[in-house]
Design a protein around this ligand. Structure first.
Ligand SMILES: [Zn+2]
Length: 385
């Protein structure tokens, strides 16, 4: 049977360089693609059809181009699944230098008997169908509604999900969540998935009734559809376009934030991300000024860290002050500046690792969901009396 390797599907990413069919293993050399430009790639997601097993070796040929660099792959674990089964971690990868001194990452995968289709990805993919499953199939109470708030540059709809439209009296406290400003940062989506699922559960229903929650689960639908990583992508990083609004996606989200702020008493805007590929644990980027608005983000970050179960917590500080570090090649404002300076609403970014809380321990989708649930419980606990 021929081995066919493709990335030509929703979220797919991977330039196939070479396929070797050896006695005991198929070997696939591939690179993570930049797709929409930017100095660093990160996301990859490949489908392999006709795998013969019992071993499969996948070799990533450009780890030096991935945010964090090729030297930092010691504790990274991409994910794999067979057929339409569930995703799991590949486990420890190995790093080697090729004969030209260029680093490569080798993933050794055992293929279960009878399986001939394998998919590998940088982290658990989160696609349109995952969101559909959550706010339709998994929401028998119809808590969540969805609507379009505009279109992306490529004509994809920008969706907002919400539990209530609030009211002109602004009677309920409000939360606004954003995910996938950087399209490959799927841990943010899994955390938001945990929030959406928790608020329709028996335990979370009371919280849902108290709050006016709006969310844009996919801020960069074009990048998510084509499998771009998204950080520093051309023509401009979406999360550096909040002052000079060069992107239709940001214009749409800003307009919606203003709409939301007129229908509730805004408590906080939380933007969900993943950090460099080899970073562990989680941490907030939080503003420092004006202190009167910024301090709530510090309280939330500290309480969130305390509330997260110890085995998921890791060793990062609860938050890093936003603005202290240059984190992008694009000079420009993130949603933190827009939220705090233009709207006067506490706003922070939460970075959640692609890997796990610490070296050698890896997050599962359920762990990411639990982080989301803990986040919404934390936010609720900080509502004014
Ligand atoms: Zn990001």
């Amino acid at each position: 049977m021929e081995l066919r390797v493709t990335a030509d599907f929703e979220g797919g990413n991977g330039r196939v360089e070479r396929i070797l069919r050896e006695e005991q293993a198929d070997v696939v050399y591939f690179a993570a693609e930049h797709k929409k430009g930017g100095p660093q790639a990160l996301w990859f997601f490949l489908r392999l059809e006709g795998v013969k097993g019992p071993h499969l070796q996948c070799v990533l040929t450009n780890p030096s181009q991935i945010l964090g660099g090729g030297g930092s792959w010691k504790h990274n674990s991409p994910v794999v699944r067979f057929g339409s089964g569930t995703w799991s971690r590949i486990g420890q990868v190995t790093r080697r230098l090729n004969e030209h001194l260029v680093p490569e990452i080798v993933m050794e995968i055992e293929v279960p008997p009878g399986e001939s289709v394998a998919e590998i990805a940088a982290c658990y993919p989160y696609l349109r169908k995952d969101l559909e499953a959550t706010f339709e199939d998994a929401d028998p109470r119809s808590i969540w509604s969805k609507c379009g708030i505009g279109y992306s540059a490529d004509g994809n709809s920008i969706i907002r999900v919400y539990n209530t439209l609030g009211d002109e009296e602004r009677s309920k406290p409000g939360l606004f969540f954003i995910a996938r400003q950087h399209a490959g940062e799927t841990p943010g989506s899994w955390a938001l998935d945990g929030i959406l699922r928790y608020l329709v559960s028996d335990e979370g229903l009371a919280l849902s009734k108290e709050l006016c929650i709006w969310a844009v689960p996919v801020a960069d639908p074009d990048g998510v559809a084509c499998g771009a990583y998204g950080k520093d992508q051309f023509p401009w990083d979406i999360n550096r376009a909040w002052d000079r609004v060069t992107r239709p996606e940001i214009h749409a989200i800003q307009t919606d934030l203003i709409r939301w702020s007129g229908r509730c008493r805004p408590h906080m805007i939380v933007d969900l991300h993943a950090p460099g590929y080899s970073e562990h644990g989680f941490y907030f980027w939080a503003p420092t000024v004006p202190h009167s608005v910024a301090r709530l983000t510090h309280t939330v970050a500290n309480l969130f860290r305390e509330r997260v179960p110890e085995h998921l917590r890791g060793n990062e500080p609860a938050y890093r002050p936003w603005g202290a570090t240059q984190t992008s090649v694009h000079q420009g404002s993130s949603c933190i500046a827009f939220g705090i300076q233009r709207l006067g609403i506490p706003t922070a970014t939460l970075e959640i690792s692609y890997q796990g809380p610490e070296p050698g321990v890896w997050y599962t989708p359920e762990d990411y969901r639990l982080l989301g649930r803990t986040l919404i419980e934390t936010l609720h606990s900080t509502l004014p009396g």
